[in-house]
Design a protein around this ligand. Structure first.
Ligand SMILES: Cc1cc2nc3c(=O)[nH]c(=O)nc-3n(C[C@H](O)[C@H](O)[C@H](O)COP(=O)(O)O)c2cc1C
Length: 195
C-alpha cells in the first residue's frame, strides 16, 4: 500500500466510477479513516450517513435536481452553485455522478468547528480511499441545500438529526478505467514563510 505522502500527493477528485459497490471491507476502512480524524476539543460529533442503496441514491438525486431547478440565484452566487442550478434547470442533473457510495457528513447546528471537523473527516477519507485504490470526490450540494425542506426531510428519514447541519459529502467507488492521479499542479495556496 502507498505511504501517507504518496497518498496525499497523488489524490485527485474522481467523478467517473463503476456503478458496482466496492468491497464492503474497503468502504469500512475508508469510514474508519474518517472517524480517526481530529476534531476541535476532541468533540467527535461529525456524523457520517453512508448511503450504498441505489434506490435511495436515485431518489435523493431526483430531489436535489428538483430543488436546484426551482432555485433563483443572483450573479453574486459562487460558480459551483451557479453550475448546479443551471444543470438542474436543463434537467437530468445527477449531483453525485451516479457513484455507488455517498457519504453525507453532518455536525451540530451552530457549532463553530462544524465545517472544520467535517473537513478533517472528509480529507482523511479521500486520502485513505486513494491509498486503498478507490476514487473519491467531495460533493457539496447537500450542504448548500441544508435548509431546503424536501432535501432535509428526506435526509432526516435517513438519519440526519434535527439539530444537525449538513457539512459536506463524499462519493466513493472503483475507478472506471485508469485511476485519476496526481496530474494537477498547484500554483495557488500561497505560503508566507518568516525565517
Ligand atoms: C470544499 C469542497 C467542495 C467541493 N465540492 C465539489 C462538488 O460539489 N462537486 C464536485 O464535483 N467537486 C467538488 N469538489 C472537488 C474540487 O472541484 C476539486 O478538489 C478541485 O477541483 C481540485 O481537484 P483535485 O481534487 O483533483 O485535486 C469540492 C472540493 C472541496 C474541497
Amino acid at each position: 500500500m502507498m505511504d501517507a505522502m504518496e497518498a496525499i500527493f497523488t489524490r485527485r477528485s474522481t467523478r467517473r466510477m463503476k456503478p458496482d459497490l466496492p468491497p464492503r471491507e474497503l468502504i469500512e476502512r475508508v469510514i474508519e479513516a474518517g472517524r480517526a480524524a481530529p476534531s476541535g476539543s476532541n468533540s467527535q460529533t461529525t456524523h457520517m450517513i453512508v448511503i450504498t442503496n441505489g434506490k435511495v441514491l436515485d431518489e435523493l438525486a431526483a430531489i436535489v435536481q428538483e430543488a436546484f431547478a426551482a432555485m433563483e440565484i443572483g450573479p453574486e452566487a459562487y460558480v459551483s452553485l451557479r453550475n448546479s442550478v443551471s444543470a438542474a434547470k436543463k434537467g437530468g442533473y445527477v449531483f453525485h455522478y451516479g457513484a455507488p457510495v455517498l457519504i453525507v457528513t453532518a455536525n451540530r447546528k451552530g457549532y463553530g468547528n462544524a465545517i472544520a471537523d467535517s473537513a478533517c473527516t472528509l480529507e482523511n477519507m479521500m486520502i485513505a480511499a486513494n491509498a486503498l485504490g478507490l476514487g473519491s470526490c467531495w460533493i457539496n450540494q447537500l450542504h448548500w441545500l441544508d435548509e431546503d425542506a424536501s432535501v432535509r426531510g428526506y435526509l432526516e428519514k435517513l438519519g440526519l438529526k434535527a439539530n444537525e447541519t449538513v457539512t459536506g459529502g463524499l462519493i466513493l467507488g472503483c475507478y472506471d478505467g485508469q485511476p485519476v492521479r496526481g496530474k494537477l499542479k498547484r500554483t495557488g495556496n500561497p505560503v508566507t514563510w518568516i525565517e
